[in-house]
Design a protein around this ligand. Structure first.
Ligand SMILES: Nc1ncnc2c1ncn2[C@@H]1O[C@H](COP(=O)(O)OP(=O)(O)O)[C@@H](O)[C@H]1O
Ligand SMILES: [Mg+2]
Length: 290
């Protein structure tokens, strides 16, 4: 069981009420004064403090004692709110192990109420730059990272919702809330770890076919396509993942992004499998009306 899953088990309904109230009050406070929170929840500060103490020990909230006693939502607290939403919505029953710590996301294994395995992706925008600037961190940056993570989740979900019904090979979207999305779980390996492919040319053009379909039928360009964002299934079929940064075809720099996607992918196939790709021809094909 993952840390998040075991932590979730420790939370009671009242704890979620506290986390929800904190989320609302964050619009006004960096660290929410205990008396403000108590008033909002119509509970005595004494009872509230017992709960906050537990939430603090479990890592859901942060505490500050300077000037006044205040509490702030931490990452686990926000994750818990999204997970609770999914559970209430009836799309999630359990959270399992962490599948991957990506560049700007954590992905967990999960189970739907009807027993389907799903993937839960928590967006963590700014994490890669977070470590270097930790000491300079201010509340404003942290919340803006959180807000950007929410936008990233929304954008990625929108792309999947558009592309999946068209038959573009992407994971099936199931739900989205706050900074998280739920999608079908993919069994396979990211392309960058694969050293042996029976037919690399076929796989390359299969990816390109899907890039073309997204471009032609949905006017969507991935804009971060590389060997890290393609999953190869055991039967060598592919799925293109990680869409939060997609851009529309009518974006002023859309050709630049499309070209970069194709170049990234071609370079990888040339380097790893010795494939000879005429990038201009591929680009022309993607853009040609057929
Ligand atoms: N639907 C999914 N099913 C299984 N694993 C997934 C799924 N989506 C993502 N992953 C795993 O999580 C990793 C990171 O996901 P990704 O969407 O690329 O986010 P990022 O690169 O921004 O962290 C992927 O490389 C893959 O290993
Ligand atoms: Mg990725």
């Amino acid at each position: 069981m993952s840390v998040v899953a075991s932590l979730m088990k420790a939370l009671k309904d009242y704890d979620f009420k506290i986390l929800l109230a904190m989320e609302r009050l964050h619009l006004r406070y960096e660290y929410i004064p205990v008396d403000v929170l108590a008033k909002q929840l119509r509970k005595s500060a004494e009872i509230l403090l017992e709960h906050l103490d537990k939430l603090h020990k479990l890592g859901f909230v942060g505490r500050r004692k300077q000037d006044y006693l205040g509490y702030t939502l931490r990452q686990y607290g926000r994750d818990a709110l999204a997970l609770k939403h999914f559970v209430n919505q009836g799309v999630l029953d359990a959270v399992g192990i962490k599948l991957s710590v990506g560049k700007e996301a954590d992905v967990y294994d999960g189970l739907s109420p009807s027993g389907y395995r799903v993937a839960i992706k928590f967006h963590r925008v700014g994490r890669s730059s977070f470590k270097q600037t930790k000491r300079l961190r201010t509340y404003g940056e942290v919340t803006s990272w959180y807000r950007q993570s929410c936008i990233a989740a929304k954008r990625e979900y929108e792309a999947l919702e558009t592309l999946y019904p068209l038959g573009v090979k992407v994971p099936k979207p199931i739900a989205y809330n706050r900074h998280a999305i739920i999608m079908d779980i993919i069994i396979g390996d990211p392309l960058y770890v694969i050293t042996d492919l029976p037919d690399p040319q076929h796989v390359f053009y299969e990816i390109i076919e899907n890039v073309k379909k997204a471009y032609q039928e949905a006017s969507i360009i991935h804009a971060d396509l590389s060997e890290f964002n393609v999953i190869v299934k055991p039967d060598f079929d592919i799925l293109i993942i990680d869409w939060p940064q997609w851009i529309p075809k009518n974006h002023p720099r859309s050709f630049e992004y499309l070209k970069r996607d194709v170049v990234n992918l071609s370079r990888f196939f040339t380097r790893r499998f010795g494939l000879n790709v005429e990038v201009d021809k591929v680009l022309k094909d993607i853009r040609s009306e057929s």
